[in-house]
Design a protein around this ligand. Structure first.
Ligand code: SF4
Ligand code: FES
Length: 362
């Protein structure tokens, strides 16, 4: 009926039919495939390849050539600007015994007296032991210096000092100890594993102790049980909204200021130095960093008020209360700002009211 109307637009063909038409037309227009002539052996292709080969690649090392190479090597070894690489057995012995050996240590090696806290178990009586370590390179890290001490102790049949470490690059937070009375030692914003021996002088005495806080019982020597920090994280340091995989990260717009501030909080490595440095063994800086790196982001809003209340109250089960000394920030290897404690106090007050409302009591 409609076909009789000349103004009506012709019906479109189905998509599948249009694709078939395009394919048919392409086949009809394409020129017949020419017979392929494959290159024969020894034809131009191969001989071109042969002509690009470097004749030296296949050069045979005749006895004359070998003698010539040996002469060059001798000239190099006699050049005084080249360091000697010939180590004698004596040098190797010195190296293995950690004595100053030719070409092994720099002139600036240190001899140090270490007073190290030794305690064989959680309930054992502890004491300071004094050890002498020599030929410590200024370029060694504090943990590498302990590796030298422990090798010496093992060679002497003495049990090595237990000291925790994992990443040795300032990100896992396991390596902390008190060095000369300071959490993580004398260099500001530096974890124990990132502290270098150039911060000490030849002849120095270094006192090394474990973290001191009632909530961090000693497991052995310099290793303490930091699991109360894990209890705080378990109580609210998570989000439940699905955020997709890494490529989906940009689908949720985050204001730049919020992203930067959350990132500052997320720099906390959970080392516990803030707690060890605090006269009250308070965990406010650690807890507030872990609360705020989620509370500041859109993805963290769903649990914002329950997270704040739960984490702060779990913290108070284990640790002392903050009295605004600020020692935590001074000791922190990641320089977590005290502002996060203020943000968390504000969120905690709000959370008490909001969570009561959610329970129908507000
Ligand atoms: S706030 Fe600083 S000192 Fe405290 S656990 Fe985190 S990184 Fe360590
Ligand atoms: S060993 Fe990981 S932070 Fe020091």
């Amino acid at each position: 009926m409609g076909n009789g109307n000349p103004r009506r637009r012709p019906r479109k063909k189905k998509l599948a039919n249009r694709v078939d038409d395009v394919l048919d037309a392409t086949h009809e227009q394409s020129a017949p495939t020419p017979d392929l002539e494959l290159p024969q052996e020894n034809d131009g292709v191969k001989s071109e390849f042969e002509s690009t080969k470097n004749p030296q690649d296949t050069e045979t090392h005749t006895p004359e050539k070998v003698r010539e190479l040996g002469k060059d090597k001798k000239e190099i070894s006699e050049d005084p600007s080249y360091p000697s690489t010939d180590l004698t057995d004596d040098d190797l012995g010195d190296f293995l015994n950690n004595k100053q050996g030719k070409g092994t240590y720099s002139e600036d090696s240190l001899s140090l007296t270490l007073k190290v806290w030794r305690q064989s178990g959680p309930n054992a009586r502890g004491r300071f032991e004094t050890y002498l370590v020599e030929n410590i390179s200024e370029d060694m890290s504090f943990l590498e210096m302990f590796d030298v001490l422990n090798e010496n102790l093992i060679n002497e049949g003495i049990e090595p000092v237990e000291i925790a470490s994992d990443c040795r690059e300032g990100i896992c937070g396991t390596c902390g100890c008190m060095i000369n009375g300071k959490a993580h030692g004398p260099e500001k914003a530096t974890a124990t594993c990132q502290l270098h021996m150039r911060k000490f002088k030849d002849g120095d005495t270094i006192v090394v102790e474990p973290w001191q806080a009632a909530s961090f019982p000693i497991i052995k020597d310099l290793v303490v049980d930091r699991s109360p920090m894990d209890r705080i994280i378990e109580s609210g340091g998570f989000i439940t909204v699905p955020t997709g995989s890494a490529p989906d990260a940009n689908l949720i717009p985050v204001p730049k200021d919020a992203a930067d501030t959350a990132f500052d909080a997320a720099a906390c490595i959970g080392c516990g130095a803030c707690i060890a440095a605090c006269p009250n063994s308070a965990a406010q800086l650690f807890t507030s960093a872990k609360v705020q790196h989620l509370n500041l982001l859109p993805q963290g809003q769903a649990e914002r008020w329950s997270r704040t209340e739960d984490m702060v109250e779990k913290m108070e089960e284990y640790f002392g209360s903050c009295t605004n000394h600020g020692e935590c920030h001074e000791a922190c290897p990641k320089e977590i700002p005290l502002d996060f404690i203020a943000y968390t106090n504000r969120d905690y007050v709000k959370s008490k009211r909001k969570n009561r409302k959610l329970l129908g009591q507000g």
